[in-house]
Design a protein around this ligand. Structure first.
Ligand code: VGL
Ligand code: ZN
Length: 208
C-alpha cells in the first residue's frame, strides 16, 4: 500500500494534547503504538507540531470575558477558543516522548502567527496563507496522503480536506486518531470530510 509516492502526516502528537496536557484529548496517548507501527510502513513521514505564540489569538485567555470552548467571530471566520496550549519552546509543545519515528523527514510547525490559527498543515485559518507543505509534497512527487494523529475533528480533518483539495488521494486512518468532540465537532468534521472525498478507513484495511 504505501509506496514512495505516498506520505504519512502525523498530526500534533504533542504533550499538551495528551492526558495531563493543557488541551488533553481523551485517550490521545492510546494511539501511540499504532501510529509508530503505521509510520514504519511509510518511506515518507511528515510530523506536524502546533506551535503558538504566547497570547495567541486562538487562546480564550487573549479575549476578555471569554472561556475555553466558546466560539467567536474573527476576521477570517469562526474561531473556537482554546485553553493556552502548545506555546513555542515549552514542554507542552514538545512532541510526545512515546513517538518513535526516527525516519520522519520533515517536522512542520504551524499556528506560529500571533493573529491566525492553523489547524491545517497546508493553510492557516484564513485558508489563504500557505505553510509551504503543498510545494514540498509536489516537489517530492507525492500523490497520496494518509493522515493520523490529534485531533480528528480539528487538525486532522482540516489537513485532510486541504490535501484532497490539492488533488492528493487522501485517507484518514481513524483508529490512529482521537477527537476533541466539542459542540458536535466530530460529526461535523466527518460530514465535511465525506463531502470532500476524503477516504476514512481503519488501520486493518491497509495491507501490511
Ligand atoms: C488542535 C485545537 C487547537 C489540533 C490544535 O491539533 O487538533 N486543536 N489547536
Ligand atoms: Zn492550537
Amino acid at each position: 500500500m504505501p509506496d514512495s509516492n505516498s506520505v504519512l502526516i502525523v498530526t500534533d502528537i504533542q504533550n499538551d494534547f495528551l492526558p495531563g496536557g493543557a488541551l488533553a484529548v481523551t485517550d490521545g496517548d492510546a494511539i501511540l503504538p499504532l501510529v509508530n507501527d503505521l509510520a514504519r510502513r511509510f518511506k515518507n513521514v511528515v510530523i506536524t507540531q502546533d506551535w503558538h505564540t504566547a497570547g495567541h489569538i486562538s487562546f480564550a485567555s487573549a479575549h476578555a470575558g471569554r472561556k475555553p470552548f466558546e466560539t467567536i467571530s474573527l476576521r477570517y471566520g469562526p474561531q473556537v477558543l482554546w485553553p493556552d496550549h502548545c506555546i513555542q519552546g515549552t514542554q507542552g509543545a514538545a512532541l510526545a516522548s512515546g513517538l518513535d519515528i526516527p525516519h520522519a523527514q520533515l517536522i512542520l510547525r504551524k499556528g506560529y502567527h500571533a493573529h491566525a490559527d492553523s489547524y491545517s498543515a497546508f493553510f492557516e485559518a484564513d485558508r489563504k496563507t500557505p505553510t509551504g507543505l503543498t510545494g514540498y509534497l509536489f516537489e517530492r512527487s507525492i500523490e497520496e496522503v494518509f493522515v493520523v494523529g490529534l485531533a480528528t475533528d480539528f487538525c486532522v480533518s482540516w489537513t485532510a480536506q486541504d490535501a484532497r483539495a490539492h488533488g492528493f488521494k487522501t485517507t484518514v486512518i481513524e483508529d490512529a486518531c482521537r477527537a476533541i468532540d466539542t459542540e458536535g465537532s466530530l460529526a461535523e468534521a466527518i460530514a465535511v470530510m465525506d463531502r470532500a472525498g476524503v477516504r476514512r478507513v481503519r488501520s486493518e484495511a491497509l495491507a501490511a
